[in-house]
Design a protein around this ligand. Structure first.
Ligand code: GLU
Length: 508
């Protein structure tokens, strides 16, 4: 076992868009596989046909492409254990259902939904287990030939249940939580297979595939911990206890405030996404926001999520996937829930934006400009990117911060005008334009312009603050924006003069 090649899997059910908690689970599997030089497998667990949502699988694949989480095998990639979609593996599961039935470790149960409902009403906390199965309609209580008649001749509908013996300890060996012991008396005889669609339930398919795909570590969310003892029993019943995977149940993601787990409802209320990409519900048409469309960089999302429940212990925060893989350690993951701090997520995004090259940023901003019908030169957008990137938490804030580089002010913001446009602003700006700016060389270098303007202001005895505020208002239409002489250089001499004259004209 110890020298088996590490193989881990992410095994989503295509029941809707991938929640950010699922993304974190996939990410931890990715980091672990990368660190161990092992394989990461993408398996689609689609045996619950009632919960199947069209488009969900494509969404999952697209989300991982965007995030840069790469799989070595699986749906959309292939590999030596194909197929990786459980609905295409029906025959495999049937074989193991037969094996369990033949060994007397599982049994047929014929109880109809109505009968089960009646039992639930009659018996408080009803559970299908050793204490109740003797009163139910199953192959343990019916004569053998009646069972045969029902299954073979009548084609009755049934489920196959695992026969759980009460009164024994079931130990789940968890890399984060240590040994977690369950008493088998608390477990129910879970259904493993349904005759109606000839499909296994999640539990059987999950265990069979983990075994057949040589999975060494099952890293998944805490919500699956209650299923783990059943999975251990299944490994034992199938004769695979010797190479059972190690488990690691990750801490829950908690709401930003208060108690309980992070939900879409909190996210909507507080205004942040819980899905990597935008999702349109095919049934209701309801649109949910995604990190991508909200202006996040995938590297920032990955970095932020990785630190929800784990940290490298040395205070390091801005970490590439390679850095994280190198330091990742399952045994240092926290047992208690990780609070989802959305503001911190934005902080990470800001960090990643300001570290990105101007050229890469221009590659993001150019299409945003085209979408507004603005065809700017790449070199110009790069220059603007360099000037505004420190001011952005989301790439979508670019237009708000930089619109004036691409068109003259549409309006002069009222509050700014009241505060910044003085009695003498028109006259002093006009002097500035005619006496200094228009005499400078066309290159309009920021530093040279600044020096010339400062000398001139001093000679003329003008109030520097007032003049600079009025200049900004004329060029930007507001009090925002980077250093004023970076703006003049970027806009160029001609455009700067044009805007000054226009402001004088409109504000006097
Ligand atoms: N199909 C399960 C899910 O949707 C897989 C849980 C597991 O990883 O075992 O998360």
């Amino acid at each position: 076992m110890s020298n088996r090649r590490v193989r881990v899997r992410f095994a989503p059910s295509p029941t809707g868009p991938l929640h950010i908690g699922g993304v974190r689970t996939a990410l931890y599997n990715y980091l672990f596989a990368k660190q161990q030089g092992g394989d990461l497998i993408l398996r689609i667990e689609d045996t619950d046909t009632k919960r199947f949502v069209p488009g969900a699988e494509d969404y999952i694949l697209e989300a991982f492409r965007w995030l840069g989480i790469r799989f070595n095998e699986g749906v959309g990639i292939g590999g030596s254990h194909a197929p990786y979609r459980q609905s295409e593996r029906k025959d495999i599961y049937i074989m193991y259902v037969k094996q369990l039935l033949d060994a007397g470790l599982a049994y047929y149960a014929f109880d109809t939904p109505g009968e089960l409902e009646a039992m639930r009403k009659e018996t408080p906390n009803f559970q299908y287990d050793a204490s109740t199965r003797g009163q139910m309609r199953n192959s343990l209580t019916l004569p053998a030939d009646e069972t045969r008649r029902l299954t073979d001749e009548e084609g009755a509908s049934y489920v196959v249940r695992l026969l759980v013996e009460p009164g024994s300890d079931v130990v789940v060996n968890d890399l984060i939580r240590g040994e977690v012991t369950f008493n088998s008396s608390t477990l129910d005889d879970k259904a493993l297979f349904k005759s109606a669609d000839q499909l296994p339930t999640y539990h059987l398919a999950n265990v069979v595939d983990d075994h057949l795909m040589n999975i060494t570590h099952v890293i998944r969310g805490e919500e699956w911990l209650p299923s783990a003892p059943l999975h251990v029993l299944l490994y034992q019943s199938l004769g695979w206890a010797g190479d059972m995977p190690r488990f690691a149940h990750l801490p829950l993601l908690l709401k930003p405030e208060g108690s309980g787990k992070l939900s879409k409802r909190d996210a909507d209320r507080l205004g942040f996404p819980v899905f990597p990409l935008e999702w349109k519900d095919p049934a209701t048409g309801e649109l949910s926001v995604g990190y991508r469309e909200s202006g996040y960089l995938p590297e920032a999302v990955v970095n932020f999520l990785a630190l929800l429940g784990w940290n490298p212990g040395d205070g390091g925060e801005i970490l590439s996937a390679d850095d994280m893989a190198e330091r990742f350690d399952l045994s240092h993951c926290s047992k208690s829930g990780a609070r989802f701090d959305y503001e911190k997520g934005k902080w990470f995004n800001h960090q990643y934006i300001s570290r990105k090259s101007d050229k890469d940023l221009a590659g993001i901003f150019l299409p945003m400009l085209s979408a507004r019908g603005i065809e700017a030169e790449a070199g110009y957008v790069e220059k603007v990117a360099g000037l505004v990137k420190e001011r952005l938490s989301l790439v979508n804030e670019f237009w708000d911060q930089a619109d004036f580089f691409f068109r003259p002010p549409q309006v002069y913001e009222e509050k700014a005008v009241r505060k910044r446009w003085k009695e003498d602003s028109a006259a002093t700006l006009s002097d500035l334009a005619e006496e200094t700016l228009s005499t400078l060389p066309d290159a309009f270098d920021a530093k040279e312009t600044e020096e010339a303007v400062m000398r001139w202001i001093e000679a003329r005895g003008y109030h520097m603050g007032n003049l600079m505020n009025a200049l900004r208002l004329a060029l930007v239409g507001d009090s925002k924006g980077p250093h004023i002489f970076d703006i003049t250089e970027t806009l160029g001499k001609e455009e700067t003069l044009r805007r000054i004259r226009r402001a004088i004209d409109q504000l006097k």
